[in-house]
Ligand binder design. Sequence first.
Ligand SMILES: *Cc1c(COP(=O)(O)O)cnc(C)c1O
Length: 231
Amino acid sequence: MSSMEEALNGVKGNIAWAVTSSGRRSQDVELIAVTKTLPVETINEAVGLGMRHFGENKVQEIREKYERVSTPVSWHMIGHLQSNKVKYIIDKVCLIHSLDRMSLAKELEKRAAAQKLCISVLIQVNVAQEESKHGMAVEEVLPFIRRVQKFKQIHVRGLMTMAPHNDDAEAARPIFRRLSELKEEISQLELAGVDMDILSMGMSNDYMVAIEEGATMVRVGSAIFGSRTDT
Ligand SMILES: *Cc1c(COP(=O)(O)O)cnc(C)c1O
């Protein structure tokens, strides 16, 4: 067994454990393999192991990898997205996890309309209010969604957050719980054209806690592929 296969099996086992122990179903949690900075060969190896959802945080990398990975896979834009680069990826990604401002929503609407497509997005929330991270404050989310509701080409599917880095995964629990509560609050309003079925939270060090708190997508990189040299 390759080291990637071993690591992937380990992550899947942990996910299964967290799913079961929190009384959820395994089909409720999607594992997104985060392949930023990694070569296409690595992605192809992961495809060979059955992975089909990949997360990237740079437009340029998505463009290159989109061309070079031959098996149909789903690309997730999980990083900060500059408005002037929307046009390069709008037809290549299945979900943008990082909608965090009105100017970006307007550009998404415009480019999606031009290509006659509907783009699915998550609102990125900076629950911990870290200066170094993107995302809007918890109290800004509902007013923002009410405005985005008018955009015909944008389909809001849920929320995303990154917890502050901490070696103790438990430190992330209150952050994940708050996002989960916010998802429920908004969900109960049954806003037309808005779905709150996706909660994207949890990375290599805290995905099990995130699942216990209701994550439906976990974004895992280094726990599968080893630590990156860039970060
Ligand atoms: C890099 C990254 C991840 C994955 O991080 P790991 O710690 O390697 O699992 C998840 N989400 C976002 C937004 C990232 O930028």
